[in-house]
Design a protein around this ligand. Sequence first.
Ligand code: AP5
Length: 218
Amino acid sequence: MYLILLGPPGAGKGTQAQLITQEFGIPQISTGDILRAEVRKGTELGKKVKSIMEAGKLVSDDLIIKIIEKRIQEPDCRNGFILDGFPRTIGQAEALNELLKKLGPDKLKVLEFEIPDEEIIKRITNRRVCSKCGKVFNLLLNPPPPDGKCDECGGEIIQRSDDTEDVVRKRLNEYHEKTEPLIEYYHKMGKLHVIHANRTVQEVFAEVKDVLQHNFKN
Ligand code: AP5
């Protein structure tokens, strides 16, 4: 199955993607994680996108589409993948349609995570992440270990530089302006399922699992 997780920043896409990977054995492709890794390594791409990400803006379609095109050709994507954070514009969605023509467009489903903006601000400003493996913590719900080291890999736990309230509001504006039109786009294609994301992680996952089990036979 080819799965798109669509929703505003902090809706829980990354959290649910990790659970879907464990349950269904298909990889999570997070464009945000890929870009942050490039920034950390100081590559040319990382240098280009750092200030854009820190300002809460979207990176250009051309750059992102190239990344996805390459990544979905890797062997672990043979049986499907979860797109976490892609597509985010109509241009990206159209490029994805082209790529899926060869792979099987009928295997595509889109889960839209619906959640109010104010809950997002609360979630994101309390988020902490492992700088090495990307494991997600939350100061209110699942706080990181007191020594500040990840319990999975020992990496340092940090706050993302774009997780301040000011930048989150800018990311939300980008979402409403450029990404939200995709809801109508995928609804018209008959691919969209709405997920009520303003509930506990376990409740959200139960709904996700139900939708996937009823909609995919492979
Ligand atoms: P990206 O990394 O994709 O960020 P995002 O979409 O803004 O999403 P987040 O990672 O912030 O949130 P999430 O929905 O995964 O939530 P999470 O599960 O962590 O993108 C970053 C930047 O990269 C963009 O701004 C842009 O510049 C660039 N970029 C990336 N892709 C791009 C593209 N395609 N085109 C152009 N530019 C692109 O959860 C959040 C918090 O809430 C956590 O602390 C978690 O523990 C907690 N939580 C999760 N679920 C629940 C729950 N059910 N109840 C309570 N708390 C919960």
